[in-house]
Design a protein around this ligand. Sequence first.
Ligand code: GLP
Length: 248
Amino acid sequence: MELRVEPDATAVAAAVAERLLQACRRGRRPLGLATGRTMEPVYAALAERWEALPALERAVLSQCWSSFNLDEYVGLATSDPRSFLSFMHQHLTAPLALDPARVKLPEGAAADPAAEAARYAADLAAAGGIGLQLLGLGLNGHVGFNEPPCATDARCRCLPLSPATRQQNAAAFGGDPALVPELAITLGLAEILAAEEILLVVTGPAKADILRRVLEEPPTAALPASWLQQHRAVTVIADREAAPWVQG
Ligand code: GLP
């Protein structure tokens, strides 16, 4: 994996936004998108660049936009502000004026979440699989919602969230982990590792220990992100706080 260290989260966001824009311009396979606090400045930087594009290019890129998000909570109403659908609407779909039908997520309000996971996986496969996959990193080493332990053949599915993840994501639920949904639908490591290229984005001092383990430990189910070492085209873009051991 190539590790690129930027001075701060703003520089990380700028670098990632550039890569996303390049991938849009190539327009071959769908983008794989992520939510979370790490991604907020990334989408803000993308929106800034998008706004500065000539109107014609913006129109062309909008018309061929295709993205699949990694994951969604199960059981929240579609309009719930804490859903990842709402997050994407606020940070990407609305600022870029994209057709919401082109910004896909698993439907967390579906009556049968297991069937919804299968439908979403089939939809992604029909679209050709992911081109550029954007990933954040969970404090327990998860990517998407692939909680440890997780093997490389795990596919898109509905699964229970770990207490650690519900704690990590409690801020959006008034700070109470008990209010964080118990289940989620996530793309599996199988779909993630099938992407043409992967960008793992990591910022802030709280992620330094887990990032170092992901980069240095032999790949293991106990640390789902460590499987990324086996992919041929992964770039880790981190800020100095998340990779303090790197000199310069
Ligand atoms: C969440 C999401 C991940 C996200 C990660 C990091 O639980 N399911 O896709 O990348 O955890 O989140 P944050 O960027 O808020 O630290």
